[in-house]
Every structure is written in C-alpha cells, then in structure tokens.
Design a protein around this ligand. Sequence first.
Ligand SMILES: [Zn+2]
Length: 321
Amino acid sequence: MTLPWMQAPRERLENALVRKRLGHAPLICGPAGLGKLALAEWLLARLLCLAPAGEAPCGQCRSCQLLASGGHPDSFRVGIPEDKKEIPVDSVRQLISSLQLTPSVGPHRVGLVEPAEAMNRNAANALLKTLEEPAANAWLILVSHQPGQLPATIRSRCQKIVIRPPEADAAATWLTDRHPDLPAADRARALALAAGAPLAASRLLEGQGLEHGQRILDDLLQVAAGGPVSAAAGEDWFARPDLTWHWLSVWVAAFMHQAEGLSGNALPEQLALPDPIGSDRLVLLWEQAIAGRQMADSAVRHDLLMGKWLLEWARSFPTGQ
Ligand SMILES: [Zn+2]
C-alpha cells in the first residue's frame, strides 16, 4: 500500500541518515490513521539493510531477507500484549537487554516501540535509562499517536519526527483509489469522522454500514447530553441488531481510547462526551455490546437488550435518567 503523503517524511529521514544527523532515538508522532507504523517499519528495514539503495532497503541482502521472513535476530518490537492494555516494564527490560548485545547480522540492532504512550510508568522509566545511556550500535524507534502522554524526559531525549494529515484533496484522492465503488458521500463522511486521517477513514469504510454507524453515534451523543432514551433507539436500531451492536462496540471503544488519552480509534475531537465516563464503566458497556453482537443471530429480544444497554449508557452521565 503506497502512502503518498509519507514520501516527504521518508526523504527527510533518509537525508538525516545520510548526513549522520538522525539521533539514536527517533520519535515518530502524529494522529492515528496516517501510517506512522509503516514509516517506522521502513526506517527499521533501512537501518538494518546491508546494501541500502537510494532511499529504499534493497530487499535482497541477508538482512532484508531475514526481516521479510519475520526472524531477524537484530530487530526487536514491543507493543501492547494481547491480554493487556499497556506496555509492561518486562517487555521494555527485555528490549533493552536485547539491544545491548552485539549485532548478529549487520552493524546495528534496532528496537521499535509502538504505541510508545502505552508504556506504563515503570516501563517508561526503564526506557529513560537507555535513552540517557544509549547502547552502541543500537537504534530505538518510538511511534506515538499522543506524544503529549509521554514523560517530558523521554520526549526531550528523542528526535521528534512529526507526521501531519495530508491535504484534504490528497486524502480524498487516495481514499477514492482504495474504495472506488463506494458513494463519494460515504468517503467524505468517513474522512470527516476520521479527522482527515486516510487510513482511519479507510478502516471505517471497510466496516459495514457507515451511515448506520453515524446515526448510532448521533443517538449516543444525544442521550449523553441529556436527551430521552426513548427518542434514541428507533426501529432502525433493531432492524439489523448485528450492525447496531457492532457500532455500539466501535464507538464505546473509541470513547475508551479518548478517556485514556489515546487516539488509536477514529473519533474526532469535537465528538467528546459532555461529561467524562470512568474507564470501568466504558469497559462494561463495551463488553455488553460485544456480547450482544455475539447473540445477534439468536432469538433474544434485541429491542429489550438494547433498551437496557441504552439506559446504562444514560445513567453514566449526571443528566441521565
Ligand atoms: Zn537490504
């Protein structure tokens, strides 16, 4: 997948590398849904490649082949473990000790942490020590959707590479190439919902029933602002219970990300809830939506279940019934 708006940042990184002006810890940051991870992967491959040609990893050398096979001994990735909500200190400690070993293939070892803001406090502290005394021959790439959530001490020791959303025209053109068969109105709506981030918009379009999803979101926001529950869930909610539960889980997950200061999900800032809801409550509502979706094909009364869910949602706000 080519991301034209990443061409300029790639060239900037390549220039910095060639002039030996790239610090040992680049921090690639910007809103979610722009392809920052793809840029980080490119940089990792570029740093490990034994015969980089121009701005591209060669794809032929032993290093590139090992990377392609997924088993490069000098490449280390750290993310949120599947059963956790944050990056634990153990993952970071393991990364640090791995980076200190002598490279096996080429001259460098490279670590990649994504999303960096998900490191818990201990993990961030452990990483800070490495940033203060970097291992020789080691690079550490950080990717962050919310660099403001990182400790200032970490930010100040990284070289910030800021990625911005492309111009509206460029984003629309890219999205049209990806989803040529969808109505233009859907593409525009998805881009608006994703605050101009093309990959996030594309993910919204790959999901089903964008229009339905928009209506569900409008209803949720109205109830959150004190609107009556009875006016929210109409016939259209019950006509496709699978879709409704799907979108309920999507939006609650987005609000969860927002409550935690992450922006890994497509939710424009102007759609913030009138009052913050506790994470515990959001997790509960999210689990109920997932459970509802799993029962979508069974003969349960989805109208009753959704009514109950929506009451719970309403009661999460001070104005709620
Ligand atoms: Zn190569």
